[in-house]
Ligand binder design. Sequence first.
Ligand code: HEC
Length: 107
Amino acid sequence: MIRTSAVLLGLAVLAAPAFAEPGPAEGGALYDVRCKMCHSGGIPTAPAQDKLALLDNDKIVDVLANPTGMMASAVGGLSDEDRRNIAVYLTGKTMPAKGDLPEVKAN
Ligand code: HEC
């Protein structure tokens, strides 16, 4: 009995960070619903995901903060954290803390 509760508690502790901590996983989920339809073949002029992966984190954040062209109508409503999480998801490179924004660690 005691053993069962300990196992359950262990699982709860393991599972918690996936929901509590923002990061590239959250960025990936956003990419899937907000970006993929254009950047994975939907729009021929949109660079594919493997091309986006070669950009700097700062460049991606900047494009999302100051979108032009087709992106302008497509990427509204993202927070600074969202933009950084998406950038790290795409590049696989850790982004250092900036002002109030925490470091986003690459997986
Ligand atoms: C409606 C289609 C569409 C959506 C949705 C979209 N994009 Fe784009 N994106 C484009 C197109 C097309 C370009 C190429 C430049 C242009 O035509 O404006 C582009 C350019 C970019 C660039 C610049 C690439 C470079 O080399 O300069 C980045 C970075 C980018 N998109 C990231 C994203 C991310 C991240 C999302 C999701 C949050 C997203 N885009 C959603 C169509 C889209």
